[in-house]
Design a binder for this molecule. Structure first.
Ligand code: FMN
Length: 183
């Protein structure tokens, strides 16, 4: 039986590189993992006033995370941090207080950028945010993917040969991280 892993794409953009990387990971995952890519466009703004009667989209997102065996965040970098939509989704997942839907879930972080620095600051932002509300974050291999702008063809298939072994190593390591946590 495979572990169910939610892969969160941190960008809403139709042609998002983050989404394409998330989809590429699903194809490279070993048989021990079943990856499902989740996008964040349907998640209402977090508002503490709504916590008593949470919107259906919050409930569905939380349940999906709760049922999962682990979560991979694939994030772009916006202004040296993560996009607001991703922070919003994490805020939704983190509540009610003390009952985060990410609690005890093994976590992976993959940042990316068409620029030279690979979104490393976004990855570091997640490393700041998640420890209090999620399970163990995989530490190695650190994966900050730079120059992703020419990595995909028009159909969104990964075509950059240098990127394939990097993503393969990442998802294989994540499989071991998940197995160690649940084993
Ligand atoms: C508001 C905004 C801020 C950005 N800030 C950064 C940044 O700090 N570092 C970076 O490498 N790229 C930055 N970019 C460029 C993004 O890396 C680029 O738009 C990327 O394609 C977004 O990810 P996506 O392809 O998954 O949508 C920024 C883009 C936007 C729209």
């Amino acid at each position: 039986m495979a572990y169910n892993i939610v892969v969160i794409a941190g960008s809403l953009r139709k042609d998002s590189f983050s989404l394409k990387i998330a989809n590429a990971l699903t194809k490279l995952a070993p048989a021990s993992l079943k990856l499902e890519v989740v996008t964040l466009g349907g998640i209402s703004f977090f508002n503490q006033d709504l916590e008593g009667a949470p919107p259906a989209d919050w409930v569905a997102f939380r349940e999906k995370l709760q049922k999962s065996d682990g979560v991979i965040f694939v994030t772009p970098e916006y202004n040296r941090a993560i996009p607001g939509v991703l922070k919003n989704a994490i805020d939704v997942a983190s509540r009610p207080y003390g009952k985060s839907s990410l609690n005890s879930k093994p976590v992976g972080i993959v940042s990316n950028s068409p620029g030279p620095q690979g979104g490393v600051s976004a990855a570091k932002t997640l490393q700041n945010i998640l420890p209090g509300i999620a399970g163990p974050i995989m530490q190695q291999p650190e994966t900050y993917l730079n120059a992703v702008g020419d990595a995909f063809d028009a159909e969104g298939n990964l075509t950059k040969d240098s990127l394939k072994p990097v993503l393969q190593a990442y998802v294989d390591a994540f499989a071991a991280h998940v197995a160690k946590h649940h084993g």
